[in-house]
Design a protein around this ligand. Structure first.
Ligand code: EPS
Length: 387
């Protein structure tokens, strides 16, 4: 079983992530983790912070001479801004004290008001620092390791943006692992070049208006082993784990596996995937991929398809929605925080992380092993029983 925990505030000194349950002998380097983190900073419509944030990381524990030890892996990610701008030292100091400038005109759609009510705070910064999607940087660092583990089984998790604002991509052609470099080169991480241009225009328009945009990302799992998850109990279903992982991402309001909501309107005779025996590969095949690679809460071994719908970012560069100053209870316009126009391209990379984490966890549950060699051996032995 794989478990991970993150800590850290958006404008504090940095983030920390601990990943526990990895087998020994997995080869991993700081550079590989950094590459994944750099992918998360990509995307047209991100704010100025992404240009200077370095995501400088240190492997504090769990890795020796480029491979895991089987002990908890700990990664520290420094926030560049803390080191380049003294203002945060005072504002985010852990020492006793108080801010001179509490934020009280809460932002609609954000965690500000509910967080203040729930925890008894009088300054929205006490909420927003942890509610910020900056935390996903730590997840992606851990996700890089989970992806590396899945790679040992021949599985890869990739993503692309299929909707940004109102612009939808043509999804009839899906990217493969080999297409990922070109998707990452796209400023909006879109595989459909025609839609890409329209998406960029939509971001430009929203930026001009000081507004924000949401969208939909699609995560694809290639080479996912058959047999992860189970139908035997509600909390063992892989669909449920995937949905929970995806919905835990900031601003995500919807999740689909396979055709999801659109499949609900079809007849059963067309909505399901016919099963055939493939003599060449000596394996079962589904003729279509409506179900998205799961049946009965178990991965089928076919392409895994998970989609996440992200609402437009709640922080607006030009706040227009009515709100209340929680100190005076008077109507107000919310305070202004620096923000991105959209983070949908980045959300794809975070969604990959959450899917990879679920698949790695379930692979370890199914195949076990204290070393990578044992884990891979067990997976191969299981696969050999299938044909
Ligand atoms: C975020 C607001 C912006 C984003 C940040 C998430 O930060 P800031 O207010 O410091 O400009 O850039 O994302 C990251 C820093 C990151 O690494 O993704 C928010 O409020 O969620």
């Amino acid at each position: 079983m794989l478990r991970f925990l993150t800590a850290g505030e958006s404008h504090g000194q940095g983030l920390v992530v601990i990943l526990e349950g990895l087998p020994a002998g997995l080869q991993i380097t700081v550079e590989e983790i950094q590459l994944e983190m750099a992918r998360r900073r990509l995307g047209y419509g991100r704010g100025p912070r992404q240009r200077f944030e370095q995501d400088e990381l240190t492997l504090i524990g769990g890795v020796r001479h480029g491979r895991t030890l089987g002990s908890p892996l700990a990664i520290e990610i420094k926030n560049s801004e803390w080191f380049r701008d003294d203002k945060w030292h005072e504002e985010m100091s852990p020492a006793p004290g108080a801010t001179k400038d509490p934020l009280t005109k809460v932002r609609p759609g954000h965690a500000d008001l509910v967080g203040m009510q729930k925890y008894g705070f009088t300054d929205a910064r006490d909420v927003l620092e942890r509610a910020s999607a900056r935390e996903t940087a730590a997840r992606v660092a851990a996700g890089a390791v989970a992806k590396k583990l899945l790679g040992e089984l021949g599985a890869s998790v990739i993503s692309h943006v299929i909707q940004l604002g109102s612009v939808r991509a043509d999804v009839s052609r899906r990217p493969t692992v080999a297409d990922m470099a070109s998707v990452d080169e796209s400023p909006v991480r879109c595989f459909d070049k025609t839609a890409e241009l329209a998406m960029i225009e939509e971001v430009k328009d929203a930026a001009k208006d000081g507004d924000s945009l949401g969208g939909v990302v699609e995560v694809l799992g290639y080479g996912v082993p058959m047999g992860l998850g189970s139908y035997v109990h509600w909390d063992r279903k892989i669909d449920a784990d995937l949905a929970r992982g995806i919905m835990s991402i900031h601003a995500v309001k919807g999740v689909e596996i396979g055709e999801g909501f659109s499949g609900a309107g079809q007849r059963g005779s067309v909505a399901h995937d016919a099963i055939v025996w493939d003599e060449q590969s000596k394996d079962y095949r589904r003729e279509t991929s409506h179900a998205g690679g799961t049946e009965g809460g178990i991965t089928t071994g076919e392409l895994l398809v998970v989609r996440a719908a992200m609402k437009p970012l709640a922080t607006l560069n030009r706040p227009t929605l009515k709100t209340v100053d929680v100190k005076t209870k008077e109507a107000a316009v919310s305070f202004k925080e620096r923000t991105d126009v959209t983070a949908v391209p980045a959300a794809g990379v975070v969604a990959e992380t959450m899917v990879a984490m679920v698949l790695a966890t379930e692979s370890l549950r199914k195949f076990g092993g204290d070393s990578v060699a044992e884990f891979v051996r067990n997976a191969r032995a299981f696969k050999a029983t299938l044909s």
